[in-house]
Design a protein around this ligand. Structure first.
Ligand SMILES: N[C@@H](CCC(=O)N[C@@H](CS)C(=O)NCC(=O)O)C(=O)O
Length: 203
């Protein structure tokens, strides 16, 4: 498998999961501005959407959309604890988490990267995002992870919450979330994924 990624973006979550599952993969860096890949191709020829993450399977299929990639990866290793089995109620709960992260946190953060957006509009998006952080804090108050044990939703949430300092949102205002992030940041898969991404040459 090949994971097309850009450092500091949402592609970190499938990268963490690939390492958690100890699946063999190749990392291919993408320049999100020029759309060039590290191996000299136009990324849009691989993923017409033009954004990471994209997972190229050994049969040539290219899978996009973080929640789909994360679940596909977990399903490759039967019995692992990163995602409940398909068809179970717990799997539906996982999908509930992934949709929340995707639409409310990932989608809610995206406009804040837009340098052209007026501050008043950014403030509006930030306020909404902070309400979602309040909810997460409540949810994680009595549990270490979103589900019973660390899973694909945690890899995704860790990744998108990592952007908060860029928006001048201080995670220290949500101590439960700050502790959650510290816990995940210490995982071997996370340390090695972040180090591997940082070690790749810019495209
Ligand atoms: N709906 C997509 C969104 C992916 C996405 O937002 N990717 C960003 C990085 S976090 C990106 O590559 N943006 C570059 C672009 O849109 O041109 C998913 O969930 O995977």
């Amino acid at each position: 498998m090949k994971l097309y990624f850009a450092p500091m973006t949402c592609s970190l979550s499938p990268h963490i999961v690939l390492r958690e599952l100890e699946l063999p993969f190749e990392l291919i860096r993408v320049n999100n501005q020029s759309k060039c890949t590290a191996d000299g191709r136009d990324f849009r020829d691989i993923n017409r959407k033009g954004y990471v993450a994209a997972l190229e399977l050994d049969n040539g299929e290219v899978l996009t959309e973080g929640p789909a990639i994360l679940q596909y990866l977990a399903d490759q290793v039967p019995g692992n604890t990163l995602a409940p089995a398909q068809g179970t109620w717990e799997r539906v709960r996982l999908q509930e988490h992934l949709n929340f992260i995707s639409s409310e946190i990932h989608g809610g953060s995206a406009p804040l990267f837009n340098a052209d957006l007026p501050d008043t509009v950014k403030t509006m998006f930030k306020q909404k995002l902070c309400k979602r952080l309040d909810f997460l804090c409540h949810q994680l108050a009595d549990q270490q992870y979103l589900m019973v044990t660390f899973g694909v939703a945690d890899a995704y949430l860790f990744t998108v919450l990592g952007w908060l300092p860029t928006f001048d949102i201080d995670i220290g205002d949500w101590p439960v979330l700050a502790a959650y992030l510290r816990r995940i940041a210490a995982r071997r898969s996370v340390v090695s994924a972040m180090a591997a991404e940082a070690a790749t040459a810019p495209v």
